[in-house]
Design a protein around this ligand. Structure first.
Ligand SMILES: *[C@@H]1O[C@H](CO)[C@@H](O)[C@H](O)[C@H]1NC(C)=O
Ligand SMILES: *[C@@H]1O[C@H](CO)[C@@H](O)[C@H](O)[C@H]1NC(C)=O
Ligand SMILES: *[C@@H]1O[C@H](CO)[C@@H](O)[C@H](O)[C@H]1NC(C)=O
Length: 309
């Protein structure tokens, strides 16, 4: 009882502290659900396979109509095939870009597997319905017809906006917690390409920022804004994700409303912990409740550890 009262008082204290932090004094310590987890290098790096598998399958199917089981079956290590992947109706330039990204993901999977050992691919739900569910949540409505990522280049790019960015912020969060030099080298190099992919996707979308996504009548910029917002809500650790157009206070040096890259007040990348990433890709806001793109949960020791029994 006394402990609980004490804790409530502590929470009350946190409010003014956060306010002071905004004014430029010491930032508050991270909320308990936002602190880095303790895990060894191997588990931290294998965790990343969840997102690498997701990206690999989504990009491979989107560009080529086939997944890892056709292009690099050994990397799946016998994990179940993904559900609902399809060849997307892409224009030639976007197809070329996505195909390149897809092969890059195969390289990433191979590099991680050779370096720390692989894990079997998780069950992935990359169906149009899985994306439609996320887009409905982001827009807080039931889009009609349901959002279909495979229908055209613009929809596919919007769906792609959802994925590499989560990998990027995950790698930023991972590197400081790695002990081994070769492990840090590996993840720094993965981060480089992941952030490149995110930048390309965001730039391509920015070029069409004011275009209305048909037939919804909502602009590309507004879609990105809402997707970023739902990710922030699901992550439960504050604002770490920004759409393509922002109020100036969120732009670079408070001087831009364009926001081609999502970054903090010093234009440094945001970072996320593994639980934050699970909350987001599960779409449940809860690292112990799988769903969304990973209906049976993530693979590797970290994801298993959070799985409700
Ligand atoms: C994939 O996601 C959709 C939308 O949430 C859902 O209806 C479908 O049952 C899911 N499939 C699997 C195998 O989880
Ligand atoms: C979603 O829409 C409902 C009404 O349709 C509204 O009551 C609710 O506040 C909205 N939620 C958010 C997060 O905007
Ligand atoms: C931009 O505004 C935020 C508050 O909104 C402030 O913390 C930050 O220092 C400002 N940055 C610059 C470069 O003026």
């Amino acid at each position: 009882m006394a402990i609980r009262t004490c804790f409530s008082a502590f929470l009350l204290l946190l409010l003014p502290l956060e306010f002071i932090a905004v004014m430029g004094v010491t930032p508050p310590p991270p909320l308990p659900q936002c602190r880095p987890i303790v895990a060894d290098d191997r588990d931290l790096i294998q965790f990343a396979l969840n997102l690498e598998f997701l990206e690999a399958e989504f990009f491979l199917y989107g560009a080529l109509g086939d997944g890892l089981d056709v292009l690099a079956p050994s990397l799946a290590q016998g994990g179940p095939p993904p559900v609902g992947g399809r060849k997307a109706n892409l224009d030639p330039v976007i197809r070329r870009i996505i195909e390149e990204f897809a092969y890059q993901e195969i390289g990433h999977l191979r590099a991680i597997t050779e370096s720390v050992g692989g894990v079997p691919r998780p069950r992935l739900n990359i169906s149009a319905e899985a994306f439609a569910a996320l887009f409905n949540r982001a827009m807080n409505t039931t889009l009609s017809p349901p959002f279909n990522p495979y229908a055209n280049s613009l929809n596919y790019l919007l769906a792609s906006y959802v994925i590499p960015y989560v990998g990027l912020v995950g790698y930023v969060g991972t590197i400081p917690n790695l002990v081994g030099r070769t492990n840090r080298e590996l993840v720094a190099s993965l981060l480089g390409v992941e952030s490149g992919q995110d930048a390309v996707i965001r730039t391509l979308l920015y070029l069409r920022a004011n275009e209305k996504v048909m037939p919804y009548g909502v602009t590309v910029a507004d879609f990105t804004d809402r997707i970023s917002e739902i990710r922030n809500r699901l992550g439960r650790c504050g604002m770490k994700d920004e759409g393509l157009k922002v109020p100036k206070q969120l732009g670079a040096e408070n001087r831009t409303t364009s926001n081609i890259l999502s970054a903090d007040a010093d234009s440094l990348s945001y970072s996320r912990t593994q639980p934050e990433i699970l909350r987001t890709v599960y779409g449940t806001g809860d690292e112990s409740r799988p769903g969304g793109f990973l209906p049976n949960g993530g693979v590797g020791r970290i994801a298993m550890r959070f799985r409700a029994t």
